[in-house]
Write a protein that binds this ligand. Sequence first.
Ligand code: SF4
Length: 550
Amino acid sequence: MKTPSPFLPMTRAELGSVELDVLLVTGDAYVDHPSFGAALLGRWLKAHGYRVGVIAQPRWDSPDDIRRLGRPRLFAGVSAGALDSMLAHYTAFRKKRHDDAYTPGGCAGARPNRACIVYAGLIKRAFPGMPVILGGIEASLRRAAHYDFWTDALRRSILLDSKADLLVYGMGERAILEIAERLRKGKDIEGIPGTAFVRREDDPQAARLPSFEEIQSHPKLLMKGTLALERQMLNGGWASQKHADRNVIFAPPAEPLGTQELDKLYSLPFTRRAHPSYKQKIPAVEMIQFSLASHRGCAGGCSFCSLALHQGRRIASRSRRSIEEEARALTRHPDWKGSITDLGGPSANMWGASCAVGPEQCRRASCLTPSICPHFQDSQDALADMLRFLKTLPGVRHVRVASGVRHDLALRSGKYLRALIGEFTGGQLKLAPEHSCGRVLRLMRKPGFKSFTEFLAVFERESSARGKEQYVVPYLVSAFPGCTDSDMRELSKWLKARGWRPQQAQCFIPTPGTVASAMYHAGIDPDGRAIEVARSDAERNRQHRILVGG
Ligand code: SF4
């Protein structure tokens, strides 16, 4: 008898003659690893009794690829992949990228621009009447009227442009199960927590965001709408936004998964490999195959970060037992070479963190800036213990921390700092001070530069005490809204004084849905005060050259 494939089916041969319940269409290659959304949600649905298939990076000149596994019984889910497709395709100066870490061979061109809209259209053509559900970061952050850097224009909610039936925002496990359950029972799917949908009539209980047309006439209103949606992610409640004669209604966000649920999710039988149909290597697999996710969410609330906005500020953590079990399983993997390449989440050191009072009434935009909130509780001593324990597991030679460390938080725990610097930094430690100028850092909602220099001093002291030659690699940004040429010179001067040439310098890209993007478009800070914005390519390029010394 033929052994069943350990992967979710991508081909008719793997699926056999049965009918799918759910089809997932994704802009990334299918890698059966929990860092890939289609694998994560596909496995989650499968564990709850649904038959799921994956169509990864379909051709978009005809719906034939979409039809490969037949018409699913319940719905088709669509994601552009791990990144917004426009961000995946274009640089900060709107030049085409040639590489794509989520595609076989690492070559760009396997997914279309605005992948959610294109895939939703293909599914409608392939399977008329089939409910189409958008999800993932592209859909999530374009769920309301948003600024699109690549066309330098305000765009409508992606729900309207895609004509999808529903949009899942944030992490989708709860919502996707409820959608499947309701459709299985023949019920309607409006109002599920963590989703958005379109209606002619407004919802009387919803907080009204400025409409698309109002923002078009008064760009400053984009800030109001963006801040309101950001707050909704933390505080809950309904919201709505009018687009001409229709309303996009945002149901309250889904509760983050609890520890037991996360443990269950990460214990599913991921093969941690790319689907065997791929002939070329997928660069992202090399990077993440033996990494472990400890938690979701980021309390930092940085104004430019899409990932943190998508996952929300509430931290959801796995149990130490579950992480240890997964680490043990890694050592039995046929490709295992001895190194856990990362333990982290959107940030490295927020595992186990919580809010002591509950975030429902919180009005702060960040738990960590301008200073760490007194209600914020971290668990970094316990994290250091866990990292050290993982290192003692049979078969584990190294454990590394590759996720970005939140340095202001790290300074609160000497134990974590010593462990991180002394035992878990593989020669280079990535940190994201982003800038040196206090005013720009406040607009970014990053900690003051002093905490970075304090961290550096500890890093250098601890490294030399242990006889280790290792370096901090600072991530820096030019042309952030509110940043002037003279602010860039200040940063450049500081770098030169240290003899540093920046290796990781990025010219700011306004990604959809973020507060920083609203600043860029509207030319105001979150309090409505006018700020200078380097908007033209020439201005942005000039700032960038000041930083990189070109
Ligand atoms: S009260 Fe403090 S810890 Fe809690 S969500 Fe608000 S800022 Fe974060």
